[in-house]
Design a protein around this ligand. Structure first.
Ligand SMILES: C[S@@+](CC[C@H](N)C(=O)[O-])C[C@H]1O[C@@H](n2cnc3c(N)ncnc32)[C@H](O)[C@@H]1O
Length: 198
């Protein structure tokens, strides 16, 4: 998906991924794995709900997104909720990301929006560069095993994920699950927890 497509979707209010609350997969993983608070980066943070939740758990959060309107909405939400997050409009693949090293990266639905193998590999390599030693990356990714007859999130295979991340990350978990949703039917996802290789 392109920058222009995201811009148009936010402007039209057609953002089916938006929950207006934090994602349950994130909450469960942070709690179950006891991921310790530290500097965190939410890549493709959208309107910031997950960043704001992480800040509430004691993480020092930077949220970044390529879409100006999403970042403006995230800033307004954080101000309303008195959440101490830093939100930046930037292109994760090409721009410098201040605040590194991070101990935790969270990505819900941004990694899977890159269609090319090369871009997904660049995404993973850049993520690794921004992480501290043994830093963790939790990524929620559309699952290509879902058979569907209506639109949904971009779909990636386990092999797509492994081939992009394997060089830079040790995969701690790659599980088939479902995106959190407010709608009747939840799309299948991959829940992928990774640790930066030494
Ligand atoms: C499916 S949305 C998910 C938004 C948010 N994570 C959520 O769960 O509500 C993907 C987000 O990635 C952002 N994005 C796409 N390409 C990006 C890039 N190259 N750099 C930064 N953000 C990007 C889009 O603007 C969009 O907000």
């Amino acid at each position: 998906m392109t920058e222009k497509m995201f811009k148009e979707m936010y402007e039209a209010g057609e953002t089916p991924w938006e929950l207006h609350r934090p994602d349950r997969n994130l909450i469960e993983m942070v709690k179950e794995r006891a991921i310790p608070p530290g500097p965190a980066l939410d890549i493709g943070c959208g309107t910031g709900e997950n960043s704001i939740w992480l800040a509430g758990q004691g993480f020092t959060v930077t949220g970044c997104d390529i879409t100006e309107l999403a970042i403006r909405q995230a800033m307004a939400k954080a101000a309303r909720e008195n959440a101490a997050c830093t939100f930046l409009r930037l292109n994760f693949l090409t721009d410098d990301v201040p605040g590194a090293p991070f101990t935790f990266l969270f990505v819900r639905g941004c990694f899977h929006s890159f269609d090319s193998v090369a871009d997904r590999r660049r995404f993973a390599e850049k993520s690794a560069r921004l992480l501290a030693k043994e830093g963790l990356w939790l990524s929620l990714i559309g699952n290509a095993d879902e058979r569907r007859d209506s639109p949904g999130p971009p779909q990636r295979s386990a092999l797509d994920i492994v081939s992009a991340v394997e060089k830079s990350f040790e995969i701690l978990l790659l599980a088939a699950g479902h995106f959190d949703t407010n709608r009747a039917a939840a799309h299948r996802n991959w829940i992928c927890l990774m640790k930066k290789r030494a």
